[in-house]
Write a protein that binds this ligand. Sequence first.
Ligand code: ADP
Length: 193
Amino acid sequence: MRLILLGPPGAGKGTQAKRLVDRHGIVQLSTGDMLRAAVAAETPVGLKAKDIMGRGDLVPDEIVIEIISQRIDEPDCARGFILDGFPRTVAQADALDHLLKEKGLALDVVVEIKVDEAILLSRIAQRASETPGAVREDDTAETLKRRLAVYREQTAPLIDYYGRRGLLRTVDGMQSIDEVTADIDEVLARMAA
Ligand code: ADP
């Protein structure tokens, strides 16, 4: 199974991806996690990405496309994968399309986790005030607003992009974590049927 989780920052993509990993034995490919690891290890990619990520902007398409392309070739991806945080632009989606075709693979489904942005902002502010130490450097109110704006401008067009291809399914991300998981499971079960 190869699927994409789509949704704004704070929608719960990472949480849901981890649950899918446990249930379906497929891997989670999070470009955010991979980039943060590169930043921590001070690799050339990390050094380039650090300030861009700190501002809440997107790192250049060619960097993330290269990272994903290499990662998909690793043996643990053979059974399938969940893309979390990728693609984030139409150019990345086109590149993914191309990559998968080249490898003889196809996407099964794109699950959009739909949330109300105003509620999202307060949810994340709440999380920051409850666990100040655990907050990511780019989780401040300021960068979060920037990340949401970037999502609206550059990533939200992918909803139409995959809708036109008949791959999009939407779940209500304002429910509890368990309810969202149940809805995603239902989407996947219908797909298999
Ligand atoms: P969130 O979903 O909470 O916004 P991520 O962990 O997915 O956070 O991403 C954090 C940051 O990493 C983004 O704001 C961006 O700078 C960078 N990033 C992650 N994935 C991509 C991508 N596919 N394209 C460009 N930049 C990315």
